[in-house]
Each structure stands twice: as structure tokens, then as C-alpha cells.
Ligand binder design. Sequence first.
Ligand SMILES: C[S@@+](CC[C@H](N)C(=O)[O-])C[C@H]1O[C@@H](n2cnc3c(N)ncnc32)[C@H](O)[C@@H]1O
Length: 276
Amino acid sequence: MASKIITTRDGSRSVFSNRFQQHYHNIAGALTESRNVFFDNTGLSKALAEHRDITLVEVGFGTGLHVALLECMRKRTGSRSQVHYYSVEKFPLEGDVVRRMDFGRICPGMDEVVGRIADALFEARDGESVSVTITPDKPAVAEKGLPDVENTAGTPFTRVEVFRSDFHDWDLSVLNRPAQIILHDAFSPDTNPDLWTVATFRKLLEAADPHAMLGTYCSATRARAAMILGGWHIGRVQGPPGKREVSVASPDAAMLSAFKRVNEELLMKRFREELS
Ligand SMILES: C[S@@+](CC[C@H](N)C(=O)[O-])C[C@H]1O[C@@H](n2cnc3c(N)ncnc32)[C@H](O)[C@@H]1O
């Protein structure tokens, strides 16, 4: 069955997943939600604007929207950050579907760059990685395998590496260093429960910097309990259009001082038996 592309209320596009019976993004505004939840709440926007180098892990590459948005933010801020972007995808979309997301409107050229990543990922076998280095002045080429980034001193770049497999089979020891930013962008806990388990958040914690920030659009009590039991502290944030509240998390409670908090003790007590 052909994947149905829709235009969300802020004019950006999303796609409906026939497998999960859910849209990939918030229909009240795909781009608006991504910017709020994954870029602003986690501090990624600020890190780019301050030219800090970033290691980022994404759960669920999907359409590749966040790669396009990252390059848009890089252009807007003139960021010189060196970004290592690691992602995982179990059910890759075809490049043609990704091209119909029209990422060129978000950042010129990104429809083709992300389209090429999607082509290579779709062709890849389970357990293989696809990697691309995007630099402001050099076209990106999608390759299989893990080539090193050459001659990188001072050069801004985004190195995207997407692992084609189940998240739980992903060897996160490949990261160049512990992740400072985590984009947890699975489908909702009721349709994609395997990505909202305590084991999921423990695995992410093991790959994370002690001061890492994790963003998710989810505010469900049970999902928050899984994060807490997985070793994360939770902050509550006002959601983008269509969502009352979303969550941000860190292994370091001090990183959440600007946010309202949840009663972690209570959630742990309530869910410990059910979730362990
Ligand atoms: C809500 S979509 C979002 C994707 C993406 N961040 C975007 O903006 O398009 C969630 C993605 O997670 C993928 N996924 C679901 N379960 C997975 C698993 N166990 N391992 C790896 N990827 C998974 C889905 O195929 C889907 O592409």
C-alpha cells in the first residue's frame, strides 16, 4: 500500500505509517513539534548556536526530518559545530517517500541528501550502517560501512550514521563519545511498546554523557516511569500545538533546574513491579 503524505497544520509534511497506523509526526505541526521537543527542550538549538561539538543519538530515523532541521538550524546560525549524528531504523522508508516530504523547503538541497540516505538505508541489509558526511561546501554521498571523516580540524560538518536494525540490537559502543543529546522519537507507547521499556532507557543511559539531555513528545505516566526506572530524571515542559505537555530527561537532575518536575518516587513505587 502506498504511503500517504499529509501536510500538517504548520505547512510541513508528514507520512502515515500503514504498519503502525499512526502518523510519523504531530499533525498539528510536524516541524513545530520537532523544533520544540527535540531542538529547544534538549538544548540542541543552543549548542548549535554556540558552535559546540555534539554527539547525538536518535531513536527512529524514519523520514530523516531531524537531519534536515539540523542543517536548517546550522545555516540559520552559521554554526561551526562538528556533529556526530547516530540513528537507528528497523523499517526504512523508500527514498521516493522521503523525497515527497519536500525537505528542500526546510533547507535547500536536503530533499536530495536525505533522499539518498533513505535510498542507501532501504537497500542495506539488517545489521548494516549507512553513513554520510554533510559539510556546508561539499555535496554529501551516502555510503555503506564506516569511513572516517578526513581532515576535520575546525571544519563544520554533520556526520550521519544510520544503523538498519532493531534498536535493541544496536551496538552503541560505535559512538565517538557519550551522547550529549538524545532524540527519543518512537511511535506512541501503545503502538510501539518495545521502545518505551526500562531496558530501552537503560541502554540509552549507558550510551549517554552524565549531563545528557533526552527529548520526547510523550508525557504518559507509564512511559515516564520506564524512564525513571531506567535511570533518568524527568522534567515537564509545555507542549507544542496539539499537546498539553511533553517531557525532557537527564541522568543529572541539576540539568532540569529550569523545568517543573514529576514526583519520581511516587511513579517508581507505582510501576516498579509492573515494569521490572
Ligand atoms: C514516530 S517515527 C519518527 C521517525 C523520525 N524521527 C522522523 O522524524 O521521521 C518512529 C520511527 O521508529 C522506527 N522504529 C519503530 N520500532 C523500532 C525499533 N524497534 N527499532 C528501530 N526503529 C524502530 C519506525 O519505523 C519509525 O521510523
